[in-house]
Design a protein. Structure first.
Length: 242
């Protein structure tokens, strides 16, 4: 009976090696800083902060700009569900040159996974096309004064994740994978979008967390266990008949 209990316990231990309870995951902080621009200061100002501005305002208006607003924290994060890291905004106003052509955004996202704190750093490269407002057709191929070009030709914002697309951490025998998926525009993952003049257009930065136990018993492991137990049984019967 004792041997049977030991065998049952060993089998249960192997089968449960791939089972883990859900971790408590909190997004504790997010910071987004514009770390580089082309052209540099003073043509573009605000480097080292969450907002950059450029261009000479037309008729007493506003400068154009980019801003990153971090998501509210702390925030509970569920595995396998997209979560918000922050919002990118392009303030599109008619401006005189010089205008932005590229910018770099560095985002630090800090997570608390069952009491273990980890930070993921992601770097995004933005390419900016400040189009001529009076063109017809416009740069996007559309008609000036219609749709996205209603207030003059729309500008194009292109962004790509070049560093920190994903990271992983081992906590308590579980591998957690943090994927910074990118910017979502109108609910869809996008690499670029066109923005209307005299309007603030936004895109949401999202992430995804998945996990996997480090040690998952392979079928071959269970088969070897079965063969070992069979051998023990055979030897026991041999001793009994000797």
């Amino acid at each position: 009976m004792i041997k049977k209990l030991m065998v049952a316990g060993a089998t249960a231990a192997l089968l449960s090696a791939g089972t883990a309870s859900a971790a408590v995951i909190n997004l504790t902080s997010v910071t987004g800083i514009w770390t580089a621009t082309t052209p540099a200061f003073p043509d573009v100002n605000g480097q080292g902060t969450s907002e950059i501005r450029w261009g000479g305002p037309v008729s007493g208006g506003n400068q154009s700009g980019y801003r990153f607003d971090s998501a509210a924290t702390p925030a509970l994060v569920a595995e396998n569900v997209n979560f918000n890291l922050g919002t990118f905004t392009h303030f599109n106003y008619p401006v005189y040159a010089p205008s932005l052509t590229s910018a770099q955004l560095t985002v630090d996202s800090t997570l608390d996974i069952d009491g273990v704190v980890e930070t993921v750093t992601s770097v995004f490269e933005f390419q900016h096309w400040e189009t001529t407002n009076s063109d017809n057709p416009c740069a996007d191929g559309g008609t000036n004064g219609v749709g996205i070009n209603k207030n003059g030709c729309a500008d194009r914002v292109t962004f790509a994740l070049n560093v920190g697309a994903s990271d992983s951490f081992n906590i308590g025998g579980i591998d957690y994978f943090v994927d910074i998926e990118g910017f979502f525009y109108n609910g869809l993952l996008a690499s670029e979008f066109w923005t209307k003049e005299e309007k603030a257009s936004t895109a949401e930065l999202r992430g995804l967390i998945t996990s996997r136990p480090v040690s998952v018993p392979e079928p071959s492991t269970l088969a070897l266990l079965g063969l070992g137990l069979l051998g023990l049984g055979v030897r026991r019967r041999m001793r009994q008949t000797a």
